[in-house]
Design a protein around this ligand. Structure first.
Ligand code: AMP
Length: 248
């Protein structure tokens, strides 16, 4: 079974994002970029499935600028077999990404597509769900555990009250949650080997997808600065303060 893993190049999760002075977006100039953390978890899960014999080939895909090649090389160094870069310098929205992924899935016929539950750049949490709808395939989102069982996959999903277990007929779409696994680091020999692995470069037009945005960002602002707290001497004072707020 082939496994397709979409990986997005995003601002590194350790970097504190700065909003551009004109409020049009986040300043990405000279900022460290990395693979979206949930996508690292997706690559790791695909590798584990392959190690268990449930997967045969792992194909990593990224839709983004030429520099997204670095993100794909990271996926290859972790253990993906080959990569596809759909190159564009434009911002791409989840629907356009999902359409491109559908076209790639039509070509590649993967048994599983494992995406991150959300990209930390725009926090959309939409691409996996849109892809499942476009492909007419079952989806197991927010996966905490993934087990392939013959021609189906059992996914434990993180939901508000605990875990929900669903069984999906393959081919299926899975999106990863934080506790699914701990991604491995790529070793130096594997980083070197990854340079030789195949990486195909395509364009959105190759897949017949129009990237024209459907959304317009009106304004991006910094979050409000948090107010300083106060220390109370004892429980009685805390109760008094809560009463004064009129919420108790
Ligand atoms: P989102 O819906 O933007 O929060 O993204 C959810 C998931 O879709 C990500 O974790 C990735 O697996 C995938 N994805 C979104 N945008 C891209 C992209 N430009 N290239 C590759 N994968 C993407």
């Amino acid at each position: 079974m082939k496994i397709l893993v979409p990986v997005k190049r995003v601002i590194d999760y350790n970097v504190k994002p700065r909003v551009k002075a004109d409020g049009t977006g986040v300043d990405l100039a000279n900022v460290k970029m990395s693979m979206n953390p949930f996508d690292e978890i997706a690559v790791e899960e695909a590798i584990r499935l392959k190690e268990k014999g449930a997967g045969t080939e792992i194909v990593a895909v990224s839709i983004g600028p030429a520099k997204a090649q670095e993100t794909l090389r990271t996926a290859l160094a972790m253990g993906a077999d080959r990569a596809i870069l759909v190159e564009t310098e434009e911002e791409v929205e989840p629907l356009a990404v999902a359409k491109i992924l559908k076209a790639i899935a039509d070509e590649e016929q993967p048994g599983l597509v494992i995406l991150g539950k959300q990209s930390i750049s725009d926090d959309s949490n939409q691409t996996g769900q849109m892809l499942a709808a476009l492909m007419g395939r079952p989806q197991g989102t927010f996966a905490n555990t993934v087990e392939v069982d013959g021609d189906s996959v059992v996914v434990k999903r993180e939901v508000d009250g605990g875990l929900q277990t669903v069984k999906l007929a393959l081919p299926a779409i899975v999106t990863t949650d934080l506790r699914l696994n701990e991604p491995r680091y790529a070793s130096l020999p594997n980083i070197m080997k990854a340079k030789q692995k195949p990486l195909a470069t395509k364009t959105a037009a190759d897949y017949g997808v129009d990237l024209t945005p459907r959304l317009k960002t009106l304004k991006v602002t910094e979050p409000a600065v948090r107010q300083a707290g106060v220390k109370v001497a004892d429980v009685a004072e805390l109760v008094e303060k809560i009463k004064a707020l009129g919420i108790a």
